[in-house]
Design a protein around this ligand. Sequence first.
Ligand code: IMP
Length: 440
Amino acid sequence: MRVVRTNAGTGNGGQQMPAHVIVGTQWGDEGKGKATDLLADDVQYVVRYQGGNNAGHTIVVGEQVLKLHLVPSGVLYPHVTPVIADGVVLDPGVLLEELDTLVGQGIDVSKLRISGNAHLIMPYHLELDRVTERWLGRQRLGTTKRGIGPTYADKAARVGLRVQDLYDMKIFRQKLDAVLREKNAILTRVYNRLPLKAADIETEYAVYAERLRPYIADTGSLLHEALERDETVLLEGAQGTLLDLDHGTYPFVTSSNPVAGGALTGTGLGPRHIDRVIGITKAYVTRVGSGPFPTELDDDTGERMVQVGGEFGTTTGRRRRVGWFDAVLARYAARVNGLTEHFLTKLDVLSAFPTLRVCHAYRLHDEEYEHFPPHQSIFHRARPVYTELDGWGEDIGDVRDFAALPKAAQAYVDAIEELSGVPIRYVSVGPGREQTLGRG
Ligand code: IMP
């Protein structure tokens, strides 16, 4: 028997194989796209490990504004291989449209690689996402209606169709017929909708299969081999820590695991590969969709934050809810993800406010909570306890050095670093690549 030696499990102390994880520390929309795009300079692979086209990244390169939903941000770099890994749910029609748009903008997408294990978003998932939200009425989650929850539900129920099924149409049809019997019964009898036809879906997906064929790969092996060659892999989370199915504000969450642990299950890499976990943290907090939000501002200050920050969703165009920075959540995110550092975004937006507030604890009745409360009811009813800080009241978009920031802006960054307990290594003062200040 021939034994093939690899570094896997040899216990070499984890000196090589650098993989970095980028994770949102709030409810998504922290500016991960910009951070990934910047860090991609020094990496060979950028990998999406969970979620689907519920995500939206806006990237500004010079005059060009790119909106990405499913394709990893690293696609903009010729030296980067973008990867859609096992843990992602993929709507093939949407992906192909996104690829066509990128090609139309002069971007080469030929290096993209897609895992055959990724689950397919099917037409009945979209339909079910829409009708269940309507059915829930006031209890609705405010999903992006992209079929994400129903697709992950089928994955867990083991009736999902995967990308690899596209390449054996006989199996694809068998699985589709079996699952569609149940879905059509639900759609017609529970929700009073029209049934879907398997033959129509098969025809549509067979076309996608051919167009996607050049991109399909064994991405687990691809990434592992890259790490063995000492190449660097950036694992890019979508959404954020508090939208995590297990660790977020359930049930007002997405159906996947954006946290750093999800990067492992979503790619098939082991924990030993990870050397940095970079938390992308907005200088204030936003949330789209329903659910508790202790520091939420629904007054004029909030409205100003929405307008100055351009807080409207990339994917759905919805107005985001906004609020002051919440250090309790930042500490929780540091713990859940094992953060090694923060990348602080949108500090420039706070230039618009004469005084700033940072929540350092919650209060409910006579009790003060410095850490994320152990029961949802406490979190729902908690009131923020604020520290007030001076604003700086001047534009900082042209500053290129942390030490050149107004003293009050430096003090704000220092305060949230101290309160969250994790070093802030980068501070972003605008959407452009050049508007990023290194810090220590
Ligand atoms: P779903 O992921 O479409 O099922 O939506 C579940 C919840 O996650 C809703 O509150 C959405 O608004 C939120 N959500 C999903 N994707 C994103 C994102 O990329 N940014 C912010 N919120 C998101």
